[in-house]
Design a protein around this ligand. Structure first.
Ligand code: ARG
Ligand code: ZN
Length: 877
């Protein structure tokens, strides 16, 4: 343990900066061993600051070497300033001045991947949230916005490409023959949006003509061998630019937009102004190496980063507590974009499924926090599913409450009112209220209250009055630091279905329609519908109109009815999920009590009619056939027994597979595609259906199924089908799985991103001695502990294997803890993220939970980075 524990900072302590930086001039002299950074900051005191102290405190990490500091070109002597491990204090600063700082940094020793670092042979940066302070001393906070000019000096041979934000304005040579390039970004921005890239890169160019007729140059940079994999991202970028014009009226503002792929990156991608930097796994694509899922993910992330140009860059965050202002809104924008590009229902099902599995678990765990947190120790720990996904749900609810047109007026007002400013979530809501006249004051509790609300519905139909009364109660469970909760304003979209499967009209608050949006505001409310012709089955929370858990005592018949007849696609899927969850829960119960397992399933009937009905959208059928995941079932359990959940899933899969063997085999055959691969919605849907059918078919132990599996694995022309075959082999535990894995590695050993998929699958194999395999993978030549994608591939894969990770002797937990300790100082962000599975220890049955806790306590004894310290301490509280 450290002598002084890291301390928290609080939203309530926010004050405006004492100084502002109008202009930032940076020079980078690139050398192999180090980079000399010279900054000239044009600073002045902030008239709005109430603090009249003389000193100027700049942020800066202690791994930089300060070479010199000067005010108005006069060097400061050692007694005029002081450096600590996180700041530079200049004791006396004038009202207006130019501060010059020279720092020396060592990018090749930067394993944290924040600030300026090297990935392969290139230089690159990651400055959000607080990375810029590792490059030079600065006021590294988002409400200090400045105009940046960046000069890069480097050896032309090693670094023919040298990029920064904005436009290239000058290019020349130094006396000793080095290339000098100057970039200028005319838009004021916080330092977290700064970027620099230098290296020997290949580029693909394109153009986009904006709605006002300006021609924007688009350039995607990669290492030379990856250049043939950027076409898809380029197309996605152009679609995003067009969509933001059409749907939000937002036009791109610079003459050039650049994207760079790097291999070593902590997150997915980063929206630096005019120079987005991507994890190569989120950008590069080709049919042979990329699955359908990855294609969709690439398109969504390209869109997400592009959309940040307005929701994030032109209008940014005042402080990091407001992170969801840009992230929640931008996720909502990218989700809507993907939904417009493909299928609305499929996209919604995928997003909700992810939210309910992962965000709900976060909101029920020790790291639960409001969408706008009130405090943090390390901001990097708050790039969470809550800030991103639940934040997006909040924006979606505002959209539902306002309607399309008023929402658009609200977003126009927001962008217009706050262009060039650093603002808060309150400012966003105020714009929405002002443009629409809708009162969102109670609604704003969604930003400040953590935890997933729970709704309980009961209904009563009167045949004589033809009325339906719907009683709804809401509660939100306590979360760390928030014992009691206030009622939220929850939009409930609802329809009524007759017993013979038709949509019923009803009158609610003077309006007659097939669908209504109810506003639940109190702890309990009764909603009354009149003119309901027959006793209905309510279709509740259509499209998942609020991020809540809810209960209604549906009978099995009612769920089957919703599954086949609800006009809301999301609720059709959800009804099937609820049926499956019920059966799995009772299987889990039987397993825990040593009872014989049911070998019948009501799902069989529903699945059979889905498989036989050729009118249905194959994408929907594929989604419905997919059983709830191990992770989702864990989230639903009061006390998690991972082995019982796993056995229940395996059992139900077999029951369904055996009952519908013929249907699955026919569905597989009918969906084998012969046309050339394209990642379009129709083909993706057919492949999804074909592959889930293959999975069940293989689980039925039919010999022909194994032949088809082999055939698909060996002869597919695309990664989606090949990888699906391999995953099915691994998951079903077929005899040849190991041979197939080895074949797959040999085939793809030169494709690093495909090797990552191999690492994941290999590590996820169910086998009581699987830890040995994981250890082998971590010392395999294809593994690299410095590459976050590889670390996540192996440890993420291991986490999926119940028999390896949750082995009763605790060896899986111990192994993960060892990796956390190893990465703690080398890459704190990564180390902190991989803690997540252990932090949920309280929810596990005690024989496992206690072992997890022991590992957390062992980690706690180390000299911890802020990142890991925060997560471990909060988990043990
Ligand atoms: N703003 C980026 C995005 O969501 C995420 C970058 C976060 N990076 C980090 N190291 N915390 O698009
Ligand atoms: Zn983002």
């Amino acid at each position: 343990m450290k002598d002084s524990s890291p301390s928290a900072i609080y939203l309530k302590d926010y004050t405006v900066p004492d100084f502002l930086i109008d202009k930032t001039e940076l020079t980078f002299e690139l050398e192999e061993a180090n980079v000399l950074v010279t900054s000239r900051l044009h600073m002045r005191r902030n008239a709005l600051s109430s603090d009249k102290v003389a000193s100027l405190v700049l942020d800066g990490g202690d791994e930089m070497k300060l070479i010199g500091v000067a005010i108005d070109n006069v060097s400061l002597s050692a007694d005029e300033y002081q450096i600590t491990n996180q700041s530079l204090e200049i004791f006396s600063a004038p009202n207006e001045f130019v501060l010059t700082c020279e720092t020396l940094v060592e990018p090749q020793n930067n394993t944290r991947l924040e600030g300026l670092y090297r990935s392969s042979s290139m230089f690159c940066t990651q400055c959000e949230a607080e990375g810029f302070r590792h490059i030079t001393y600065y006021l590294d906070r988002p409400d200090v916005m400045s105009v940046f000019t960046t000069t890069i000096i480097g050896d032309e041979e090693k670094y023919p490409v040298m990029l920064s934000n904005g436009n290239e304005v000058e290019r020349g040579k130094t006396e000793d023959g080095k290339t000098v390039v100057t970039w200028h970004d005319p838009f004021k921005k916080p330092a977290y949006l700064f970027a620099l890239v230098a290296g020997n890169l290949a580029v693909q160019d394109d153009v986009f003509k904006t709605k006002s007729g300006r021609v924007v140059t688009l350039r995607i940079f990669t290492e030379h061998h990856n250049l043939e994999k950027v076409d898809y991202a380029m197309g996605a970028l152009k679609r995003s630019m067009k969509w933001d014009e059409d749907v939000y009226g937002r036009e791109y503002d610079l003459d050039i937009f650049m994207v760079v792929a790097v291999d070593d990156f902590n997150m997915g991608a980063m929206e630096n102004k005019g120079l987005n930097i991507f994890n190569s796994s989120c950008l590069l694509a080709s049919p042979e190496t990329t699955t359908d899922d990855a294609y969709l993910r690439i398109e969504a992330i390209v869109a997400h980063e592009y959309f940040h140009n307005w929701s994030g860059n032109r209008v940014t965050c005042r402080d990091w507590f407001q992170l969801s202002l840009k992230e929640g809104f931008t996720v909502f924008r990218d989700q809507t974009f993907s939904s417009d590009m493909h299928s609305e229902t499929v996209k919604r099902v995928e997003d909700v499924s992810f939210l309910r599995t992962a965000q709900f678990a976060e909101d029920a765990g020790p790291m639960a926090h409001p969408v706008r947190p009130e405090s943090f120790i390390e901001i990097s720990n708050f790039y969470t599913l809550t800030v991103y996904e639940k934040g997006s749900e909040i924006v979606r609810m505002i959209y539902t409450l306002l309607g399309e047109q008023a929402f658009r007026k609200g977003s126009d007002l927001y962008f217009d009112r706050h262009d060039g400013q650093a603002v808060t979530c309150d400012d966003f809501v105020a714009a929405m209220e002002d443009a629409s006249g809708v009162d969102l004051s109670q609604f704003k509790r969604w930003y400040s209250q953590a935890g997933t609300p729970e709704l309980l519905f009961e209904s009563k139909y009167s045949v004589t009055d033809k009325t339906l009364k719907l009683v709804v109660k809401q509660t939100t469970p306590p979360t760390p630091g928030q014992e009691s909760k206030l009622p939220l304003h929850i939009p409930i979209k609802l329809g009524l279905i007759s017993k013979d499967g038709n949509e019923l009209e009803s009158t609610y608050s003077g309006e007659t329609a097939q669908e209504h949006v109810l506003h639940l505001k109190s702890e309990e409310a009764t909603f009354e519908f009149s003119g309901v012709d027959s006793e209905p089955v309510p279709s509740i929370l259509r499209g998942f109109s609020a991020p809540v858990k809810y209960e209604y005592a549906y009978s099995t018949e009612e769920l089957l009815l919703l599954m086949s007849s609800d006009s809301d696609g999301f609720n059709r899927w959800n009804a099937a999920q609820q049926l499956a969850v019920r059966e799995l829960k009772s299987l889990i119960h039987q397993i825990k009590n040593g009872e014989p397992l049911a070998d019948q399933s009501d799902l069989v009937k529903g699945f059979k009619s889905l498989l036989l009905n050729e009118e249905l959208d194959p994408a929907m059928v594929a989604l419905i056939l997919e059983l709830p995941s191990q992770a989702y079932l864990s989230e639903l359990e009061k006390e998690i027994d991972p082995h019982a959940i796993h056995s229940a899933l395996t059992h139900l899969t077999k029951v369904i597979a055996n009952a519908l063997k013929e249907e699955f085999s026919a569905t597989y055959m009918n969906n084998v595609e012969s046309t050339v691969y394209e990642p379009n919605a129709i083909q993706i849907a057919k492949r999804a259906l074909k592959n889930i059918a293959l999975h069940y078919w293989v689980e039925s132990d039919d010999v022909t199924a194994l032949e088809s599996l082999n055939e698909q694995f060996s002869n597919s022309d695309n990664m989606t089908d090949q990888y699906a075959a391999l995953s099915i082999a691994v998951e079903a535990g077929v005899e040849k799985a190991d041979v197939m894995l080895a074949t797959f590695y040999d085939q793809w050993l030169h494709e690093s991103l495909v090797v990552n998929k191999w690492l994941t699958l290999s590590a996820s194999q169910e086998n009581v001695d699987g830890l040995k395999r994981v250890e082998e993978l971590m010392s395999h030549p294809a593994f690299d502990i410095k590459n976050p994608n590889k670390v996540r591939a192996v440890l993420g894969g291991m986490g999926r294997s119940v028999q390896v990770f949750h082995k009763e002797d605790g060896s899986g937990y111990r192994y993960l803890a060892d990796q956390i300790i190893y990465l703690n100082k080398r890459n704190p962000q990564l180390a902190s993220r991989i803690c997540t599975p252990l932090t949920r220890w309280k929810k596990y049955k005690s024989s496992l939970g206690d072992l997890m806790k022991l590992e957390l306590e062992r980690i706690q004894k180390e000299d911890l980075s802020k990142d890991v310290y925060e997560v471990i301490t909060k988990s043990l509280n």
